[in-house]
Write a protein that binds this ligand. Sequence first.
Ligand SMILES: [Zn+2]
Length: 588
Amino acid sequence: MTTPQTVDPAPETDPTSAMAGVTLWASGRSGTPSPWAAYATEVLAHAGIAHTTSSDPRGVVLVTTPVTADDAARLASFVADGGALVLATAPGALAALAGVEEGATVRTAQVEIVPDDAWTHLPPRPLRAVGGVELTPAPSTRTLATWPGGAAAVTVHTHGDGVVLTFGADLLQSVVRIQQGYAVTADGAPASDGTAPIDDDILKAEDGMALDLETDRALPPREGPVPANYTHTYPPPSAVPMFDTPHADWWRSLLLQATWFAAERSGSVVPWLGYWPAGLSAIAHMSHDSDGNSPEDGRAALDAFADADVQVTWCQVFPGGYGPEIYEEITAAGHEHALHYNAMHDADLASWGWPQIRAQYAWAQAVTGREHIVSNKNHYTRWEGWTEFYTWCERLGIEIDESRGPSKQGTVGFPFGTAHVSFPLAEDGSERTFHDVLNLPLHTQDLAWAGHASIRDVILDGAQEQHGVAHFLFHGPHLNIRPLTRAACLELADEARRRGMEWWTAERINAWERARRGVSVEVVADGEELVLRVSSDASVAGAAILLPPGVSVAGPPHALTGVTRHGRKFTELAADLPAGTTTWTLAR
Ligand SMILES: [Zn+2]
């Protein structure tokens, strides 16, 4: 499922030669590559961009690992002849071709993106970069982003008829670190303003955060300042700074923007696959945690979700249970039974470990009557280590995990920088490259109780802007006895629908993402014609294939709409894909 899409380069004599959307450069250099380089295939796969791993440069060439002098010479002539190169690694032997000199390394800093024709969508604030090098641009090289001291962090350089974009900021390391954080082995440091006391003697996802509590947060619009006597109590006495920007998604977006810019400049076509079914630019997800397992709270939650008209992912927490009637009502209402793994030491088996989660999974199967539970959220966002937890999910058959999110008022929003599902990178040196578990980020717990009401629209805006999923969690006890939280839940449901966002369960998100990962989209030249060739492992209803604007299409039933994604105009081709290969003829 997470194996990168690899297409063998077509031989020169093949009459149907691919337009080669993206070539991932197979470096001739020996040695151990950076562990982050592998994540390029995950970023491309999530965007539905097919790539060829090759040292035969075609289309847009993406370089993620250091190259040899021989590689550099071949790539220089490729660019001189009109090719396009995107470097997502320190330029090394490609520095002259990139029109830069490589300077000091950077551990972590905020990067300011500079307006330029190369970008179609600019982040609202500087982005957190983890790793990278300072670049000194040659006089003819444009700076597309800067480090705090003024050195270039991203550049673009014209060489002959071609173009080279260089990310000195380590984009791939930044995406992984921001999404997955660091291994959780001790409490993290709290925010100095008291709004995020993560030093609570409970190991949880936030303790490994790569984003900075002091510099990567902002108050919601029109709120603040935080009063001098602020204390972290419930409900929040005021709005507090939040992670308002999905930094990792913005880095992904910048790589995609660079790729489409490079394609346009070099005359290549890089089609891609919409994140959601045609016509949807973003979605919403509501989950419920059964903390306390009180039947009254369960009924109150059922009632609230019926009024909200939302089917939720209902995470069942051990020990106890609601009793069979409520579980049956949850099933009948169309909610998804999921696991709420408890490692809070409040019962036997309620601790961190494989035998414990295995036992709790079996308990959840027994009480809910659902045999294959595919989704999980960890109670209190508990976490330990880096990726071992995903190996437990893989063994159990949990295909999507939604534990990574906030437990404090001042960490709501995008503490892991993303509104997108993603497959996590495995530990360096392990047998696999990715874990076969989707990470579905969590953005806030109960509105008007755990999070200030003003955060709602910041989360919806951020998810919509990146075409992702906005995830809101509620608890039965608060829906039951706190009218403001119940009202906030209903208003949220309507507001997301008003914005055109459908409410999906985690199970549905998982099934959709895994189905679209089985779709491969490419444009091939067949004589004088351009052919769009779409192969799918299974049938996919309502797939959205994004093509350059203004293209005309002939072939099997489809609908064309103009859309804007990542700030760029595309023609969206909507079609129900059968299993197998479907082709359309394109004309511009
Ligand atoms: Zn819980």
